[in-house]
Design a protein around this ligand. Structure first.
Ligand SMILES: Cc1cc2nc3c(=O)[nH]c(=O)nc-3n(C[C@H](O)[C@H](O)[C@H](O)COP(=O)(O)OP(=O)(O)OC[C@H]3O[C@@H](n4cnc5c(N)ncnc54)[C@H](O)[C@@H]3O)c2cc1C
Length: 546
């Protein structure tokens, strides 16, 4: 999370209703923290019949879960440290995501170049890629050896100096951004009766009369709330340790942090593949497609605190590495950066150790630690890739703590049934929806609406049939339609303009801030999202608040 979050003021209806319900009776589970781990916990428990509350002190996914590389991957690099069990688990998790979210999590080729004299030979790396493919159950396309000629022909922006070729293998990427992916789970929890609210901070939890009582603060109105629950799940990511310390919960794990940054620049190559290099310090370094832009990074720097920002040295490291490895018409400079991403990976280590020895071995696993007497669960570490396992494991822990889940086998994730999809695309075809695709759009309108809204997209078709203005692009330079803004205002708990521009959509990642400010239609968008508070929310986003 950035140290300075915009102060939210808006109070859309869904959130207001939920704030009132947070004080109603006793929840089975309160999940504190609405990043990926909190969101999947809430979605899984709610679908299986638990009475769940979910709060985040800022927006959902506004911390680590919006700063990732947007990849769902099995961790080929962990083969180097012989972590076959971890790689197998992550590959399976990746495969399940691809199977369950075919429109959102998609296979993508990783194109890895190999410098002469690198610590592993080219064939050795290809062998590793084949092993990776096998460990992943041959679920993806097979790896391939690349000669320098292949690279020159297929990806001419890769600089060949010092290379003796490379290899290609598959993993997966999130077609929309990571924060939108998290929102899918929050929305699915809401659909199953979870009472979720953003901008609600837990300020202290204590055991009272055999249950947890959490004092929380509505950050928007400054009002205090009291939430009671039978179980408490700490999903505060990088802040899990201080929250536990505050609430008197002792654990045998703790976090250390690794900072990572990405820079977004105009699209560098038209090909939809991830380019992978070894940076000067030997670590993997990526060029990742993101809609009309390219995302480059990442760094991996140990830091002491989770509150981090991009420094000039970070920027230089990324730009220098990329300029050295790509043949660009001119070197990328700071002025080419459209947007930046920066966060810390919460890495789980043994609480008793100093963290250093464990760094590589434990670094990318998650650990779920349960205090049975205290009826408390903490989620440590993890990856977006492993999120379905986290949801499952939280249900197991909840049952172990005596919570009866009325629908224990209920499948709680995945896109709607294929029959719903078929009906949606049929209706879209009949009404000629794709003819309304904006000329700037990178994909067909029907595909985009389905991916982003699932079965809700059927309602959007109806709205467009009723009033064709619903298909108008509202904010120039973005693809978002009037009906999508309507949906965001009604169902997506947008409190600040940043919630919409950065997390429900990825506009702030692909359009420069100044272009957003100037965009015709921004005021209309704000009016749809915030009603009477439109101008205040717009000014707040651009720091024009006096
Ligand atoms: C640079 C980088 C690249 C990465 N790339 C990938 C990748 O490509 N693929 C992958 O699988 N993983 C990746 N990861 C890892 C992944 O992003 C994280 O493991 C994951 O997002 C952590 O989610 P979380 O829910 O634990 O934490 P967070 O997303 O940080 O969520 C914790 C939430 O708790 C809230 N909170 C804190 N205190 C309180 C309180 N008192 N009351 C209420 N709420 C509170 C915060 O506001 C926050 O929203 C990457 C991470 C980084 C940093």
């Amino acid at each position: 999370m950035k140290p300075e979050q915009p102060r939210p003021h808006g109070s859309p209806a869904l959130r207001t209703t939920n704030l009132e319900k947070l004080g109603d009776g006793t929840f089975d589970v309160l999940v504190v923290g609405g990043g990926i781990n909190g969101a999947v916990s809430a979605a899984a428990l709610a679908a299986r019949g638990a009475r769940v509350a979910l709060v985040d002190r800022a927006d959902f996914a506004s911390a680590t879960s919006q700063e990732s590389s947007n990849l769902a991957w099995g961790g080929i690099k962990y083969l180097e440290s012989y972590e076959f069990g971890l790689v197998r688990k992550l590959c399976r998790a990746r495969n399940e995501l691809i199977r369950s979210y075919p429109s959102t999590v998609q296979e993508i080729r990783f194109y890895t170049s190999h410098a002469r004299g690198f610590r592993h030979g080219r064939l050795e790396l290809l062998l590793g890629a084949w092993l990776y493919w096998a460990i992943g159950g041959f679920f993806t396309r097979r790896p391939r050896l690349l000669s320098p000629d292949d690279i020159a022909r297929e990806e001419p922006i890769v600089a060949l100096d010092g290379l003796d070729g490379g290899f290609e293998y598959s993993d997966a990427f999130l077609h929309d951004n990571d924060a939108r992916f998290v929102w899918l789970f929050v929305r699915s929890a809401l659909d199953r009766g979870c009472i979720a609210a953003n901008y609600v901070e837990s300020i202290g939890s204590a055991r009272e009369g055999g249950q947890w009582v959490t004092r929380a603060r509505d950050v928007v109105a400054g009002r205090e709330l009291r939430i009671t629950s039978r179980l408490l799940v700490n999903a505060c990511g990088p802040w899990a340790d201080p929250v536990n310390a505050r609430d008197g919960v002792k654990t045998s794990h703790r976090h250390v942090f690794s900072k990572g940054i990405h820079l977004l620049v105009d699209r560098l190559t038209p090909n939809r593949r991830v380019l992978t290099f070894f940076a000067d310090d030997g670590r993997l370094f990526f060029v990742i497609p993101m809609g009309p832009k390219t995302c480059i990074g990442t760094t991996d720097t140990p830091v002491d605190r989770p509150e981090v920002g991009v420094t000039p040295e970070d920027r230089r490291f990324v730009l220098d590495n990329i300029n050295k490895r790509l043949r660009l018409p001119r070197p990328l400079e700071e002025r080419d950066v459209v947007a930046e991403r920066c966060g810390v990976r919460p890495l789980v280590v043994d609480a008793a150790g100093d963290g250093a020895g464990d760094w590589m071995r434990l670094s990318r696993k998650h650990a779920i630690e349960t205090d049975a007497a205290g009826r408390h669960v903490t989620i440590f570490g993890g990856k977006l890739t492993d999120c379905l396992n986290v949801g499952e494991e939280i249900c197991v822990e909840a049952r172990r703590l005596g919570l009866e889940l009325p629908f224990p086998d209920r499948v709680w994730y995945g896109e709607p049934h294929p029959a719903v999809r078929e009906e949606y695309f049929h209706q879209a075809r009949l009404m000629g929806l794709d003819a309304m695709t904006s000329p700037q759009s990178s994909e067909r309108l029907s595909t985009r609406l389905w991916r982003r809204y699932g079965s809700e997209a059927l309602g959007m078709l109806e709205a467009i049939r009723r009033d064709p203005r619903m298909a108008e692009v509202i904010v120039e330079t973005s693809e978002y339609l009037r009906c999508e803004l309507d949906e965001a205002a009604r169902r997506e708990m947008v409190v600040t303009l940043e919630d919409f521009l950065r997390r429900r959509s990825k506009i702030a990642e692909v359009v420069r801030r100044e272009d957003i400010r100037r965009a015709a239609g921004l005021q209309v968008a704000c009016a749809i999202l915030f009603g009477d508070e439109a101008e205040a929310r717009r000014a707040e986003y651009f720091d024009e608040v006096r």
